[in-house]
Write a protein that binds this ligand. Structure first.
Ligand SMILES: NC(=O)c1ccc[n+]([C@@H]2O[C@H](COP(=O)([O-])OP(=O)(O)OC[C@H]3O[C@@H](n4cnc5c(N)ncnc54)[C@H](O)[C@@H]3O)[C@@H](O)[C@H]2O)c1
Length: 297
């Protein structure tokens, strides 16, 4: 069915490298374009001889063009990923998240790519009330979220078939715990392992929809192949279950948390309505949080 190679931008990162694992095991020829700003070459080490690695940024149109040569499918995951950093450096985020997406889209169009899947984010919804469906009005509250929303729009206007999964809170092995921008699960797991108290901002009763990276990868592959999408549709990738941060700390066996003032602008409750993903892609998460947490390495 697929003759050409697959380009994974951001393929040296957390989610991207899990996707590359799957694509390689399916026998696909994989090209990774990544500037290693938060990704690691070691994430791709098991496939060193089977993956073409191009080091560089999606801000460079010519590099995007070269990365798309001979490629039939694109997964565009390369992005700066920090809400806080985006507030400090909005121009960087415009360049990477929005212009980078435009560059990859243009290169994909020129290469005659079959479909491009954009990694978007539930942050585009702002503080919408759960369960959040794709019909909810957008309320991006940071440059990161605003440029993701604009990047989705660029997909809808492109001449290539596209789809825009909106990831909720993704977790799993290889997620970085070494920066303040990391996912809460990676940070709490590290604190639990070190027998240190985690810090909770606010009262800990805020909820998040945590979805395992293996589920997200399965959803991405379905999104790439599904005939019921292709016009840049946003599709939620979440479980539909909200978990409080306090519950999470307890599931991970953390010591009693230290509480600090809530972060300004933080979303209070978040959980996906996963109905459209089920309907259009036949995608449903399978890994319950408790068993997914046991899998952290
Ligand atoms: N992890 C989550 O919970 C979550 C939630 C919503 C959306 N997303 C989206 O999923 C995608 C992957 O995120 P992740 O969690 O794996 O983070 P990550 O930081 O591990 O992966 C991002 C990858 O993109 C690379 N990159 C960054 N800027 C680049 C650039 N200019 N050019 C080329 N490569 C660049 C990084 O080096 C890294 O390998 C991102 O688009 C992110 O916005 C993630």
């Amino acid at each position: 069915m697929h003759d050409g190679g697959v380009l994974v931008t951001g393929g040296a990162g957390f989610i991207g490298s899990h996707l590359v694992d799957q694509l390689v095991s399916l026998g696909r020829r994989v090209v990774v374009l990544d500037d290693l700003s938060t990704g690691h070459r070691e994430n791709l080490a098991p496939h060193a001889d089977r993956v073409v690695f191009m080091e560089g940024g999606v801000e460079a149109p010519e590099l995007c063009r070269r990365a798309c040569e001979g490629v039939s499918d694109v997964f565009h995951l390369a992005s700066r990923v920090s809400v806080v950093e985006s507030i400090e450096s909005p121009d960087l985020y415009r360049e990477v998240v929005l212009q980078g997406t435009r560059n990859v889209l243009r290169a994909a169009e020129e290469a005659g790519v079959r479909r491009l899947v954009l990694a978007s984010s539930c942050s585009v919804y702002g503080d919408a009330a759960p369960p959040i469906s794709e019909e909810a009005s957008l309320d991006p509250r940071s440059p990161y979220a605003a440029f993701k929303a604009e990047a989705e729009q660029a997909c809808r206007e492109a001449a290539v078939s596209t789809v825009c999964p909106r990831f909720f809170n993704v977790y799993g092995p290889r997620q970085r715990a070494d920066s303040p921008y990391s996912g809460v699960i990676a940070i709490f797991a590290r604190m639990a392992a070190a027998s240190k108290s985690p810090t909770i901002f606010g009262d800990g009763l805020q909820t998040r929809d945590f979805i395992h990276v293996a589920d997200v990868v399965r959803g991405l592959l379905l999104a790439s192949g599904a005939s019921a999408v292709g016009a840049g549709e946003p599709i939620n990738f979440g479980t539909g279950v909200g978990t409080t941060v306090l519950e999470l700390a307890s599931l991970l066996g953390c010591r009693a948390p230290v509480f600090e003032a809530a972060r300004e602008g933080e979303v209070r409750h978040s959980a996906a309505d996963p109905g459209l993903a089920r309907e259009r892609l036949g995608f449903e998460s399978r890994i319950a949080l408790q068993s997914g947490l046991a899998d952290l390495a």
